[in-house]
Design a protein around this ligand. Structure first.
Ligand code: GAL
Length: 422
């Protein structure tokens, strides 16, 4: 663990604005996160209930905003004010950024007690390990390369869910001909990036994706397969049509609502959208279904949600460890992930527990578990690059999509420049 820089040490020593001590009888932890949609809220409430039973009170500090755009900024300002929360939703590379400044509490004792090296998926354990320390409690694995569809609408039109881009085009044509929207869409930069990385994986495959995203080789971004992915991105956006009903920046929950009410037939989004549909009462067996984004079979483009325990002036270490331990316990994992739309971070599910997952979740868990699958980290959800790089890529994609004068090759050059390692 890197030593605490002097400026952070000073800030942590100061009494911050939110440092009121909770009553001794109800030991509580202040949790900063961005789960504010119906399913996210329910999933967080589920955790709150389980933790209460374990003697830990969850004090909610939720910051609305899909993908955590606002939450990350609020966390930064709280740290600068000398008042870090006790617990924060830090994921992927942002975890290591904060660990580097000494803000994240190591959880090595919990990991040893709970045998995380045996019970967690190795990919998950390595994601929460840094410089010899375990630095976060993992909650669930989301699959980004998910294509959701409205079962009723496809059945009415006599269509089958698409398994190739040719089939996808056929479905899109038929849905358009029926006067409906083939694909729910939002122009929010993080959502564009979320769709694009699935298309990239589909066109480029895991090897080139790795060169582009993990190794950050600029030249790889100039590959003709990237141009194809960018052209497909533009085509997908065009499916939602021009005019007032056309592309706009809006919350992912509004797109999920279109899918739910049948005004759109399909949606490409991380499987938290599945959780949302279920929170609204839709059934994965009768109302909606999911397949992987065409061309990404046996690939798992993942985003793992994690909560980090932060170092602050309150030093509630025993309580933070209790929370981490409770979150990774099997019953918590099963209950939470069923609501959230993700799958457990544990590889030791019993056959009964695995069979209890719905088809979409089972395919996600199986693919993540299978030795032969490609487990690929999401750029848009901070698994593969720092916050600034992720934002710069998302902005470059947004510019390309919203400026019809920019062609795909120009966008490739801009993306290659953005991804370039210093
Ligand atoms: C992701 C996060 C998910 C979900 C989504 C939309 O970054 O991993 O849990 O909340 O944002 O807000």
């Amino acid at each position: 663990m890197t030593a605490l820089p002097a400026w952070i040490g000073l800030l942590l020593a100061l009494p911050g604005p939110g440092l009121a001590q909770p009553a001794a009888s109800t030991p509580s932890l202040d949790v900063l996160h961005w789960w504010t949609s119906a399913s996210e809220r329910r999933a967080a409430d589920q955790l709150r209930t389980v933790l209460a039973t374990a003697g830990v009170q969850w004090n909610d500090a939720a910051i609305p905003g899909g993908g955590g755009m606002a939450a990350v900024k609020v966390l930064k300002s709280r740290v600068l004010l000398g008042d870090p929360p006790d617990v924060a939703q830090l994921i992927g590379s942002t975890l290591t950024e904060w660990a580097d400044v000494g803000l994240v509490l190591p959880l090595n004792a919990v990991a040893t007690r709970q045998k995380w090296s045996q019970t967690l998926f190795p990919t998950v354990l390595s994601l929460v390990s840094y410089k010899g320390d375990v630095i976060a409690a993992p909650l669930g694995v989301h699959r980004i390369n998910t294509l959701l569809y409205n079962r009723h609408l496809l059945q009415q039109l006599g269509l089958r869910p698409p398994h190739s881009w040719a089939e996808f085009e056929g479905v899109a044509r038929a849905v358009s001909a029926a006067g409906l929207k083939p694909l729910a869409w939002s122009d929010e930069a993080w959502q564009i990036a979320t769709v694009f990385e699935s298309l990239l994986l589909s066109e480029a495959g895991p090897a080139l994706y790795q060169e582009m995203i993990q190794q950050r080789k600029s030249a790889a971004w100039l590959d003709p397969r990237v141009e194809k992915a960018l052209l497909r991105l533009r085509w997908l956006r065009s499916l939602s049509g021009p005019g007032s009903d056309g592309p706009a920046e809006r919350a992912w929950t509004l797109s999920a609502r279109e899918l739910m009410d049948g005004s759109a037939a399909m949606m490409i989004m991380g499987d938290w959208a599945r959780g949302e549909l279920m929170a609204w009462g839709a059934s994965p067996y009768t109302d909606f279904g999911c397949v992987v984004v065409p061309g990404t079979e046996h690939m798992h483009l993942y985003s793992v949600d994690t909560l980090a325990m932060l170092v602050n002036a309150r030093h509630p270490v025993a309580l933070q460890e209790k929370m981490a331990e409770t979150l990774s316990a099997l019953p918590t994992q099963l209950a939470y992930n069923r609501i959230k739309g993700s799958v457990p971070v544990r590889r030791d599910l019993s056959a009964a527990a695995r069979n209890g997952l719905d088809g979409c979740a089972r395919d996600s868990w199986d693919t993540f578990a299978a030795p032969g699958s490609a487990r690929v980290p999401s750029l848009a959800h901070r698994m593969a690059a720092d916050e600034a790089t992720k934002d710069a890529v998302a902005q470059a994609l947004w510019r390309y999509l919203t400026d019809p004068r920019m062609d795909a090759q120009e966008a490739q050059k801009r993306l290659a420049a953005v991804i370039h390692l210093p």
